[in-house]
Ligand binder design. Structure first.
Ligand SMILES: C[S@@+](CC[C@H](N)C(=O)[O-])C[C@H]1O[C@@H](n2cnc3c(N)ncnc32)[C@H](O)[C@@H]1O
Length: 211
């Protein structure tokens, strides 16, 4: 039985990928990841490695199960392995896998670093394909909350929820396509959300309570 490496790629630009992660990618017989992730690490891959684009989770697990006895597999995930990644699903569904998990820099950690701020007093959530009660989460937080978003739960949609629930003084900090050449970081107050109505690219959102 060979091992399955699960590697957190960081935000996308390989300058933010760990040395341990790079070793696992280079040594693997098979590298599995989303299309964007495999593109991000294309300069680390070689022709003899098999590349498998992750689409349907159950198909990917079937593929891993088929190959695991003779091949070393590295699965790459965005950001950190411990924050809304494929890791839990893999561990539950791949039988007899020996896992080697290599963490990465999460999108929110990168954004806080860019702002030169710390995040220990924030609560972490995801509204990427899921719902949470944002006003309640804000009430229960000290400094504010951090949200992984998606196309539906966009900064504009969330800003409107804030206005409706009397949180217009919350500062919204949006980090789009972090670490890529077109990275964009925007800060504004929820009360000004109508001025910031637009399509947002892949982003992480900080809702900051100001003193
Ligand atoms: C499936 S979750 C994975 C989160 C990841 N494990 C992490 O630690 O950041 C995908 C979400 O992460 C955020 N994300 C990942 N990479 C990003 C980047 N480079 N820039 C902005 N947001 C990013 C977005 O909110 C995206 O919808």
């Amino acid at each position: 039985m060979k091992k399955i490496n699960v590697v957190g790629l960081g935000t996308g630009n390989i300058d933010y990928l760990t040395g341990a992660g790079i070793k696992c990618i280079k040594s693997a017989d098979i590298v599995i990841g989303g299309e964007r992730q495999l593109e991000d690490i294309s300069s680390l891959l070689n022709l003899s490695q098999e590349k498998y684009i992750l689409k349907k989770l159950s198909d990917t697990v079937e593929y891993v199960q088929e190959k695991i006895s003779e091949k070393e597999i590295t699965v790459v995930v965005s950001g950190d392995t411990g924050f809304y990644s494929f890791l839990n699903y893999l561990k539950k569904t791949v039988h007899n896998g020996v896992f080697n998990v290599v963490p990465g820099i999460s999108s929110f950690q990168y954004l806080f670093a860019k702002l030169g701020e710390t995040w220990e007093h924030y609560n972490l959530y995801s509204v990427h394909g899921r719902e949470i009660d944002i006003p309640e989460a804000l009430k229960n937080s000290t400094a504010g909350i951090i949200l992984l978003t998606d196309d539906k739960n966009s900064p504009y949609y969330i800003g409107r929820i804030l206005i409706k629930n009397n949180f217009s003084n919350i500062k919204m900090i949006v980090g789009e396509r972090l670490s890529y050449p077109d990275e964009k970081i925007t800060e504004f107050y929820a009360r000004d959300i109508e001025e910031h109505k637009r399509d947002y690219k892949m982003n992480v959102l900080i809702l900051k309570k100001e003193k």
